[in-house]
Design a protein around this ligand. Structure first.
Ligand SMILES: Cc1cc2nc3c(=O)[nH]c(=O)nc-3n(C[C@H](O)[C@H](O)[C@H](O)COP(=O)(O)OP(=O)(O)OC[C@H]3O[C@@H](n4cnc5c(N)ncnc54)[C@H](O)[C@@H]3O)c2cc1C
Length: 374
């Protein structure tokens, strides 16, 4: 058994990250669920970082969790992304006040002996334009009945427990834990995606699924995710993973610049920008406003695209060949354009992309005039 990783600066975390990075290229398609890397994280007690001491975890501070996630994401984005959804479920169980459920599930989940995930985006960033909720709940004797589907659930078909949100007829919402093998639950195996297919993300359908009152984590209330068991949509976690991936790309560029003098200036510039955002992110862990979180998210989205594409330009055609890490990073960077991206940020970024570069000083009037809209 690996020694537990008890702080984000530890050598053990460096060793784990090295192993994760070595295996990262294997997690490519739906058939490649990163079981082995998740197992290694479980053995190194990674899942305890995120759980309060009162529930048997290590209770790492937000800053330490962020540092930990940065290092994991730099090594292997697929496994780290799966962990965020897994920890999303664990965190909501721990925060729910449902002691019995927490005592039954948390020890196995923290040990990596059971896997849980979340299906909540239909309450925040997915299917919000539809007139009817995609997952409905109705009160029945002793609990609730769920009907409909949760459109995006990472690792749903691998989950022993699903933490899902659903809407009642009166508009109030509940958050419940549903065993993956409950009658009427149909977790699809995963769809092939532009990137992160191995996260096995897919719909989970619920056909008249009975959920006992004892599995309730929150609600019924309006906006259940803004209550104690709240989501961190648009919070720092998504940005953390984007900065982690940017670190991988900027370090690749810096390594190439070691033998290619023409790359030195852009490599230095990029690593300066990545480190500045990393610092800003870590500072924000001590307290931040919603505006600051949005600003960091917007910067992280820009940086992850910029850094991975700069790495691809340095890697040239070789980086464009399937299997090269830089090509994988470029595809993964696009994930941040769609993952849990609050509407105002996604709209602002869309406008920025549509407007094109404001000024490109390439010394040629023809090139300069292209795409310059403002
Ligand atoms: C790989 C991956 C893994 C994910 N994992 C999870 C997870 O584990 N748990 C979880 O809860 N969530 C997860 N998500 C969901 C994610 O956080 C976002 O909620 C999701 O990407 C939003 O995309 P959507 O297509 O559902 O958005 P929607 O807003 O539903 O858009 C879908 C389509 O509807 C149309 N549309 C959108 N807006 C309008 C409008 N205003 N008017 C008319 N038509 C419109 C467009 O044609 C659009 O293509 C995951 C997403 C991805 C890509």
């Amino acid at each position: 058994m690996d020694p537990s990783i008890t702080c984000p600066q530890s050598d053990e975390l460096g060793n784990l990250c090295h192993r994760l990075a070595q295996a990262a290229g294997k997690w490519s398609r739906v058939s490649d669920w990163p079981r082995e890397s998740l197992y290694q994280c479980g053995q190194a007690a990674v899942f305890k970082w995120f759980v309060p001491k009162s529930h048997g975890g290590f209770g790492w501070s937000d800053r330490d969790q962020t540092e930990g996630y940065l290092r994991l994401a730099e090594s292997d984005l697929v496994t780290t992304f799966v962990i965020t959804q897994y920890m999303g479920a664990i965190r909501r169980i721990a925060a729910s006040g449902n002691t019995e459920l927490a005592q039954t599930w948390l020890p196995r989940l923290m040990a990596g002996e059971a896997f849980a995930t979340v299906g909540i985006s239909h309450l925040t960033t997915s299917r919000r334009h539809l007139s009817e909720p995609v997952l409905k709940a109705k009160r029945v004797a002793g609990g609730f009945e769920l009907s409909g589907m949760s459109p995006w659930v990472t690792g749903g078909s691998h989950a022993d427990l699903l933490v899902v949100g659903a809407t009642l007829n009166d508009g109030k919402q509940i958050l419940v834990a549903v065993p993956g093998d409950a009658e009427g639950v149909d977790a699809r195996p995963g769809v092939e995606l532009v990137a992160l297919s191995a996260s096995c993300t897919d719909q989970v359908a619920f056909q008249n699924v009975r959920v006992d009152e004892g599995m309730l984590l929150g609600g019924p209330v309006e906006n259940v995710l803004q209550s104690g068991v709240g989501a961190r949509t648009g919070g720092l976690q998504t940005s953390t993973l984007a900065v982690g991936l940017s670190l991988a790309a900027s370090k690749y560029l810096a390594k190439e610049a070691g033998t290619r003098s023409d790359l030195r200036e852009p490599a230095d510039r990029l690593s300066k920008d990545v480190n500045a955002l990393r610092k800003k992110l870590l500072e924000a862990c001590n307290g931040h406003s919603a505006e600051e979180a949005s600003e960091i998210r917007a910067e992280a989205n820009r940086l992850v695209l910029r850094s991975t594409q700069a790495a691809l330009m340095a890697a040239k055609g070789a980086g464009f060949v399937e299997g090269h890490p830089v090509g994988r990073w470029c595809r993964q960077a696009m994930f941040f354009l769609v993952w849990s991206c609050p509407q105002p940020i996604s709209h602002a970024h869309l406008c920025e992309l549509a407007h094109g570069p404001v000024s490109l000083d390439l010394g040629s009037r023809d090139i300069h005039s292209q795409g310059s809209n403002s």
